[in-house]
Design a protein around this ligand. Sequence first.
Ligand code: ADP
Length: 187
Amino acid sequence: MGPPGAGKGTHAGMLAGEVAVPAISTGDIFRAHVAAGSELGRTAQQYVDSGAYVPDEVTNAMVRERLAEEDARSGFLLDGYPRTLDQAAVLDDLLATQGRDLTAVIVLQVDRESLVRRLLRRAEIQGRSDDSEDVIRRRLEVYAEQTLPLITLYGGRGLVHEIDGNGDVEAVRERILQVTYTFTPAT
Ligand code: ADP
């Protein structure tokens, strides 16, 4: 977990490789559907482009399908999901029916100024439709309103590991790996 620009995608890909599970990014899946022009993509695009969350029922159904795939059977790393209390409840139910549970929640903490700087730079490089200044501000607000409460929820279960996400990618990567080896054996 972490606000937009915190580095979730960068580090999720790295960490998933390290612990040999698939990284599942709801943002990436939505963008792929938008690019492919699928029905789900047409539904998601208006929300993604405005910085709002895609409705929970749409996102939950998509994640349910993804987690049922073969490669997620022995583990998974979720990037950008759950982001609302409703999504967290649906995920709890889903995992309970499968007799499994979350192992850990990694939260990347980054100063607001750095977040905005990183996102504006990414806008220049990648041209993501939701990286304009107005939409970035909206995404940060939505995160604070809808997603921060999940840190309290998971914190109460003793799952949360807060990581300083400031500084360069390599330094953050080292911090994440150190913490990860406290709850999962090195592969
Ligand atoms: P970021 O976290 O940097 O904003 P993402 O690529 O993770 O970037 O998400 C981009 C957009 O995709 C979000 O602003 C939202 O519109 C949509 N999205 C991604 N994950 C979810 C989710 N779990 N629930 C609802 N919408 C989501």
